[in-house]
Write a protein that binds this ligand. Structure first.
Ligand SMILES: Cc1ncc(COP(=O)(O)O)c(C=O)c1O
Length: 428
C-alpha cells in the first residue's frame, strides 16, 4: 500500500481485523502464482506493473484505475496460439474486454476475434481487424447486426435459432452474399461453474440441443439455404471452468454429432469451434489447468474421434476471453475510510463503486496491513476480464479509465468518464 493525496470518495470492501498480515516477497507471482500480471513486482513496499510504479499511475491518471499489462495480454495470446498449434485458430472473446487498442494487439498476435453485438463488431472494424478473422455470436442478433456482419464480410456467423437461420438466409441472399455459418449446439454438459455462466445444459437460451434433434434439423436447414455456407459446429459450455472433464465431454458429443451429420447429410464439418470458458486464478486456492494441458486434451479428443469415425479432421477453434484478458490487469483504488465495526471487522471503503448498497463488496474477508489508512492505494488483481466491460453508471458514477503499461510507460487506452459523459444522453 502506498500513500497518495486523498480526494474523498466512498466504496466498500470489507476486511477481517488486520492483525498479522504476512510480509509478501518481492515476486508477487511467487506468492500467488498466476494471479498478478506477469510483470508485477513488489519491492520495498512498492508495486510496479509494466515497469510503472502504481503511485505514479494513480497520481497521473487518478483512481479507480484499471492498469493493464500489455505484454501479459500479448503473451497469453501467444501461449494459446502455441499450445493449440498452427493448424488451429484462437479467437479472443471480445466481451471480456473490448477496445480498439486491445483488439489491435489481438490482431497483431495473429488471433481472430469473436464479437456478440453490433457494438463489439463496430469496435473490431474500427480497430482495423481483418473481417475474415471475426466471428459473430449471440442468441438474438438483431436484423441490423446481421446486415452489418454480412455487409462487412466477416468470417463466420454462429447460428443460434431457427428464426435466425431463416433471417440470415434471406438477408444474405438480398446482399448477394454467402456467409460461412457455424451451428451452435448445446451438448447437455452441466459445466461446473456458476449457473449464470453455464451454457450447455439443455434448459437455457443458447444454441440447438443435440439430444432433442434440434441441432440436426438446424444443420439441415443451413445446408438447404443456397445463400448460406455451412462451415461446421460451435459449442461453448460456460465460463470460469476449472474441471476440464466438461470440455472433454462436450468435445466427444459434438464430434459424435459430426459423424451423424456425415452419415445423414453426407457432409463433413470443415470447422469445429469449441468456445472458451477456461478458468483463471482469482485467489491462491484457484488452480486452473495450464493452456498446454487443455490444448493437448482437446486436440487428442478431436483426433481420436476422427480416427475412430473416419472423419477428416476439422479445423479446431477456441475462444478464450477471461484467460487472455483477466490476469494481466489490476484495479487500483484509493482508500477513503476505514471503519471498525465494534470489533466484528474493519470495513475499508474505496473509491470504486456504489455508495449505497451493502452487497457492494470487492473482497469479503482479507488481511490487509493494520496501518491501512485513507489515501492508501489498494490493488485488486485479475480484474482484466468482465470488470470494465460490465461496469455500469449506477449511482451516476463515471466509469474508470484503462491505462496500458509496458516498459516503463503508460498509455490511456480508455479514458475516464466525466460528469459531462454522464449527461451526454440526458436531453433534459
Ligand atoms: C460464445 C462464447 N465464446 C467465448 C466466450 C468466452 O468465455 P471466457 O471468457 O470464459 O473464456 C463466451 C463467454 O461467455 C461465449 O459466450
Amino acid at each position: 500500500m502506498s500513500r497518495v493525496a486523498h480526494p474523498a470518495g466512498p466504496l466498500h470492501a470489507s476486511v477481517l481485523p488486520a492483525d498479522h498480515p504476512p510480509a509478501p516477497p518481492a515476486d508477487l507471482n511467487a506468492l500467488h502464482p498466476g494471479i498478478w500480471p506477469r510483470s508485477a513486482i513488489r519491492k520495498d513496499g512498492v508495486l510496479t506493473i509494466g515497469g510503472m510504479d502504481v503511485r505514479a499511475l494513480a497520481g497521473a491518471h487518478g483512481t479507480p484505475l484499471f492498469v493493464l499489462d500489455e505484454e501479459d495480454f500479448r503473451s497469453r495470446c501467444r501461449d494459446y496460439r502455441e499450445a493449440f498449434g498452427a493448424d488451429a485458430a484462437v479467437f479472443y472473446a471480445a466481451k471480456a474486454f473490448c477496445c480498439r487498442a486491445v483488439l489491435r494487439w489481438v490482431a497483431q498476435e495473429g488471433l481472430g476475434v469473436d464479437v456478440c453485438t453490433g457494438g463489439e463488431l463496430a469496435v473490431a472494424l474500427a480497430a482495423g481487424f481483418p473481417p475474415e478473422r471475426i466471428t459473430l455470436h449471440g442468441n438474438n442478433k438483431l436484423v441490423p447486426e446481421l446486415e452489418q456482419a454480412i455487409g462487412a464480410g466477416i468470417g463466420h456467423i454462429v447460428a443460434d435459432s431457427f428464426e435466425e437461420i431463416a433471417r440470415l438466409g434471406y438477408l444474405a441472399e438480398r446482399h448477394g452474399a454467402q456467409p460461412k455459418v457455424l451451428v451452435r449446439v448445446t451438448s447437455g454438459v452441466e459445466a461446473h461453474t456458476h449457473e449464470y455462466v453455464a451454457t450447455a445444459h439443455d434448459d437455457q437460451k443458447f444454441g440447438f440441443s443435440l439430444s432433442s434433434g434440434a441441432a440436426q434439423e438446424a444443420v439441415m436447414r443451413v445446408l438447404a439455404a443456397p445463400s448460406l455456407d455451412f462451415a461446421g459446429l460451435h459449442s461453448h459450455i460456460g465460463s470460469q471452468i476449472f474441471d476440464t472433464a466438461g470440455f472433454e465431454t462436450a468435445a466427444h458429443r459434438v464430434m459424435a454429432f459430426a459423424t451423424v451429420i456425415r452419415d445423414v447429410c453426407g457432409v463433413s464439418i470443415a470447422e469445429l469451434d469449441l468456445g472458451g470458458g477456461y478458468g483463471i486464478a482469482y485467489t491462491s486456492e484457484d488452480d486452473p489447468a495450464s493452456v498446454k494441458e487443455i490444448a493437448q486434451q482437446m486436440r487428442a479428443i478431436v483426433q481420436r474421434e476422427c480416427r475412430a469415425s473416419g472423419l477428416a479432421a476439422p479445423r479446431l477453434t477456441v475462444e478464450p476471453g477471461r484467460a487472455i484478458a483477466g490476469p494481466g490487469a489490476v484495479t487500483l483504488y484509493e482508500v477513503g475510510t476505514v471503519k471498525d465495526v465494534d470489533g466484528l471487522r474493519a470495513y475499508v471503503s474505496i473509491d470504486g463503486g456504489m455508495s449505497c448498497e451493502s452487497g457492494d463488496i470487492v473482497v469479503r474477508d482479507l488481511y490487509l496491513p493494520s496501518d491501512l489508512a485513507p489515501g492508501d492505494l489498494v490493488a485488486v488483481a485479475a480484474t482484466g476480464a468482465y470488470c470494465r466491460s460490465m461496469a455500469s453508471n449506477y449511482n451516476h458514477i463515471p466509469r474508470p479509465a484503462v491505462a496500458a503499461v509496458r516498459d516503463g510507460t503508460a498509455t490511456v487506452i480508455v479514458r475516464r468518464e466525466t460528469d459531462d459523459d454522464l449527461m451526454r444522453l440526458d436531453v433534459g
